[in-house]
Design a protein around this ligand. Structure first.
Ligand SMILES: Cc1cc2nc3c(=O)[nH]c(=O)nc-3n(C[C@H](O)[C@H](O)[C@H](O)COP(=O)(O)OP(=O)(O)OC[C@H]3O[C@@H](n4cnc5c(N)ncnc54)[C@H](O)[C@@H]3O)c2cc1C
Length: 422
């Protein structure tokens, strides 16, 4: 019988060390600067591409690890360096995941390399799902995709919002509604290339760029689709598959209208957007673990050296116990992300919402631990002279994007109870 181990193998240890060194030597020193500039840190992305850390090959290797643990390892180390820059480096993988989850082999081969570009000409990708009126409830997407049979083109119209790398990406994966009355089952994913990007007029363009509370080095903006015509071949999965899926969804809707129990869904998870989010939750959780660990380590060192009442503040149980709790939660969050990543990679279904658990717990841990780190640092923690206030601002997004904490609780409670909690 093969033994159980929590020990990382040699490849994983090497990877972890390499990414950590990049985070420590390249990312951390410029983290505060890019946070203040609120701009995409192109020089860091270029340096990562030159080092081999921003490329299709790199992510393909990491995804290829059959234990599933390499991806959370990379995320934790990068985001330990800085979350805003980290997201600028891995935001592309959201678009890539959208292509991998829904595309044919030909589409994957054509589009995924274009998401990264090469070390001399780096590119970004984006995944555009959310809309002003459809955040947690993506069944209500209003962006429409209409097929023009005469030209074999899809025409996209709508407004997407809060899109990471929105408008600055070369490749946008856009989820749109083909048959709104079928709600989420009537949606499909489309890939929009740079040739359809415009500064003004018809096509895809960037709308408002948002100024944010945290992860400010990561670009977030609206994406406007105005009569954006793309070739029929850019419907991910292809038209035949979509037509079959829509036919099934219509039958299902008709059965429900007749008051019958619909047949179980044959699709992986049904909805295009959900399939993408489900797979990425443990690695998003690992990003939050990285932020939390950074804050915990910083607070621990500070508590050992800062003296009040003639002794280091760590000699007060109030501070020492706070640090003990911080460490325990960081470790627990990491274990949940590793478990979910391992399950996901090995095709073990998340019967208790384990993917959601990992993202939920890690996100809330990051908020709690970074807040405690400010407390440990006292007045210094509250100023921009020290990094913990930035980490606290960065951490908060982890209870909001990729499914809010409330939505994760909904998924977990439905999974464990079998009850369709509204
Ligand atoms: C910085 C940033 C980057 C992002 N990047 C992307 C991206 O790249 N691509 C993309 O498509 N989207 C992206 N998003 C959007 C993000 O996924 C949404 O903001 C998120 O899903 C929440 O949607 P919402 O903001 O509309 O909140 P709402 O859905 O309006 O929720 C508001 C509040 O109501 C609660 N709530 C809603 N429904 C329920 C319910 N049924 N039960 C209990 N509570 C409920 C929520 O938990 C939340 O607390 C990004 C957002 C931000 C801020």
């Amino acid at each position: 019988m093969s033994g159980f181990t929590m020990q990382l193998n040699e490849d994983q240890q090497t990877l972890q060390k390499w990414v950590h060194e990049f985070a420590e030597n390249v990312v951390r020193p410029v983290a505060s600067e890019w946070d203040e500039r609120e701009e995409t840190p192109w020089p860091v992305i270029q340096e990562a591409a030159k080092a081999g850390l921003y490329s299709l090959d790199f992510f393909a290797n990491v995804w290829g690890d059959e234990t599933g643990i390499s991806l959370p390892l990379v995320m934790e180390e990068l985001f330990w360096g800085d979350a805003g820059i980290g997201l600028s480096l891995v935001g592309t993988t959201l678009g890539v995941a959208g292509i991998l989850a829904n595309g044919t082999m030909d589409q994957i081969g054509e589009w995924v390399p274009r998401c990264f570009g090469d070390e001399n000409d780096v590119k970004l990708a984006a995944l555009a799902v959310s809309e002003p009126n459809a955040g947690s409830d993506v069944s209500g997407l209003r962006t429409r995709a209409v097929y023009d049979e005469k030209t074999d083109e899809w025409v996209l119209n709508g407004v997407k919002t809060w899109i990471t790398n929105g408008g600055i990406a070369d490749v946008h994966v856009v989820v749109a509604s083909v048959e709104p009355e079928l709600k989420a089952r009537g949606q499909a994913s489309f890939v929009v290339g740079p040739e359809h990007k415009v500064a003004d007029g018809v096509g895809l363009r960037m709308g408002q760029k948002f100024q944010k509370h945290g992860i400010r080095a990561s670009h977030t903006s609206e994406v406007i689709l105005d009569e954006c015509r793309i070739p029929g071949s850019q419907l991910l999965g292809g038209k035949d598959k979509l037509d079959e899926r829509l036919a099934r969804a219509r039958e299902r809707a008709a059965a429900v209208a007749r008051g019958e129990q619909p047949a179980a869904s044959k699709s992986k998870g049904g909805q295009a957007a959900m399939a993408t989010f489900e797979a990425s939750r443990p690695s998003v959780g690992a990003q939050a673990v990285g932020i939390a660990r950074a804050a915990y380590e910083y607070a621990l060192e500070y508590a050992k050296t800062r003296e009040q009442f003639g002794r280091p503040i760590i000699q007060n149980q109030a501070i020492a116990f706070m640090l003990a709790d911080m460490r325990m939660k960081v470790d627990a969050a990491r274990l949940l992300t590793w478990r979910a990543a391992w399950m996901g990679k090995n095709g073990i279904p998340f019967t208790a919402g384990e993917g959601s658990m990992s993202k939920l717990f890690a996100g809330e841990t990051a908020v709690e631990v970074t807040e405690k780190a400010i407390q440990v640092l006292g007045g210094n923690g509250y100023t921009r002279e020290y990094p913990v206030e930035r980490w606290h601002r960065d951490a908060k997004i982890y209870t909001i994007f990729e499914g809010t904490s409330e939505i994760q609780r909904l998924i977990i409670s439905r999974a464990i109870s079998g009850v369709q909690i509204p």
